[in-house]
Design a protein around this ligand. Sequence first.
Ligand code: ASP
Ligand code: MG
Length: 413
Amino acid sequence: MALIVQKYGGTSVGSLDRIRNVAQRIKRLKDEGNQVVAVVSAMGGVTNKLIEMANELSSDPAERELDVLLSTGEQQSIALVSMALHELGVEAASVTGRQAGITTTGNHTRGRITDMEPALMQQYLEEGKVVICAGFQGIRDDGLIHTLGRGGSDLTAIAVAAALKADLCQILTDVDGVYTSDPRVVKDARKIPEISYDEMLEMASSGSKVMQSRSVEFAKKYGVVFEVRSSLNDNPGTIVTEEHDQMESVVIRGVSIERSQARVTVTGIPDTPGMSARILSCLAEAETNIDMIISNIAHDGLARHSFTMHSNDLGRVQAALKPVLAEIGENSQVETEAGIAKLSCVGIGMRSHSGVAAKMFEALGAAGINIGMITTSEIKIAVTVEESEIERAANVVHNAFGLEGTPGKLNPS
Ligand code: ASP
Ligand code: MG
């Protein structure tokens, strides 16, 4: 008998039919002799609808009340899933975040889980019941209802799996797993059988969003191995786990793309200590989300900084830079470029293989695709290209690393 924690996202419980489908799947696991805890999101669209209503009533809804409001979405779905199970003759009990013993801390609507007391869930499991646990919610250390940030049901599932020492944790969603690239863009993209936490995090931060990043970090911290798979079929998914030696034989695990990026370059910056800090802290205060940062010294001895960001943030970045520019003086100028996109190659194999960047740039060059900015981390190489070229670029790079064939081996060339 195994203890299995599953998480069903909003799409998977998006209608009563889908809820019946979820109940069938849970029943099957139970009939096979397993103990099952299912963590459930609000029905698809419900959380957004609640936020819309709050914003219609108030220009600045109190976050305490938002938490009370948003947590109701999951409370609906856990009760409905339990009822669907009862209809199938399966004993099931729903639990809210409080009843699941999830303690959180932090600001309203952005809770972090600090402790788990799963006694009630354990009792229900011992009584032979299936437990249906509300995702995305907990009780703050001061006793108030708390939500965990958008997509937070993933985090609940990982935390519940850790607390119950589950044998298996499955994140069931509307895709079959994590792919080598976006299958809508790269026709040859394949499902990745196994990926390390770090690769999953890099892919998520570079545009391949399958799960909430914080929950992947949490899983890494507590060593929770989990599988991302579809709630609509029985295909095996992608296992997300600690890295091991064999993983490094694959150079590139995946190619992610992120569209709608923009670049801002500030030129004519005096090459003196503290200037970068001054510029970046202005951007941080304006709560703009900067992605790539590149700085260098031009031939005139003055520094230039380039940043990329989502194009929605471009206006805010420009506004935030105004006061700094005034300080820097007349030599400084700002250039902007919208309509760019980011292409990232991710793989822990990069640590032990050389020539990865060269191969990526050669492939782009041979296809006549111009590279804008370049940044790297230990396991990622990212470049910007014209947005109109991003789909071709993704295909060219995906091909160059043979990702459609033997997973990620460097082509013999
Ligand atoms: N219902 C919440 C949201 O839509 C949490 C979740 O679905 O994971 O963000
Ligand atoms: Mg959701």
